[in-house]
Design a protein around this ligand. Structure first.
Ligand SMILES: Cc1cc2nc3c(=O)[nH]c(=O)nc-3n(C[C@H](O)[C@H](O)[C@H](O)COP(=O)(O)OP(=O)(O)OC[C@H]3O[C@@H](n4cnc5c(N)ncnc54)[C@H](O)[C@@H]3O)c2cc1C
Length: 124
């Protein structure tokens, strides 16, 4: 990819990130940062646990979405919007520190379970 193109860093390789990468035009210099180097098709995940389908058939390497991207096998730890930089912890190597012009956060979410509180109204 020519260095003159606007740089775009995408955090994550899930549904949001994978769809974006597949649909972005080639007018961007794309870098992907994720602790997972593949997309996982979650709706079929339960079928893999009972052997209906193989796990490898529900994942797709991120490079299949687009071959000309840069990929960093790392987890983003902090984002400095002022400096337009992302600090990451490498999965295999050490820290990565990047400065890009635009960033897309597509890291999904994790559920925090908590004990019910006394004031919770309970089921309606
Ligand atoms: C078993 C199961 C079945 C489901 N079935 C359905 C269904 O039938 N229909 C439906 O609509 N939805 C379904 N869902 C929900 C669906 O998977 C989520 O809504 C969807 O994955 C959310 O997409 P996302 O891009 O926001 O996040 P995700 O797909 O979760 O992607 C997050 C990405 O961010 C990466 N990441 C995490 N932390 C960092 C970090 N610090 N730095 C960089 N990258 C990071 C992860 O590795 C991952 O690649 C299902 C979920 C599960 C678990």
């Amino acid at each position: 990819m020519p260095d003159s193109l606007p740089r775009l860093v995408i955090l994550g390789t899930g549904f949001g990130a994978f769809t974006l990468v597949k649909n972005l035009s080639d007018r961007f210099n794309i870098t992907i940062i994720s602790p997972r180097n593949h997309f996982l098709f979650t709706p079929l995940l339960p079928s893999t646990t009972v052997g209906t389908i193989e796990f490898r058939s529900i994942i797709e390497p991120i490079r299949y979405a687009r071959r000309d991207l840069r990929f960093f096998h790392a987890a983003a730890e902090s984002l400095d919007t002022g400096a337009r930089s992302v600090r990451c912890r490498g999965v295999e190597a050490g820290d990565v520190f990047m400065v890009e012009s635009m960033a897309v956060l597509a890291v999904g979410l994790s559920v925090k379970n908590r004990q019910p509180q006394k004031q919770d109204p309970g089921p309606l």
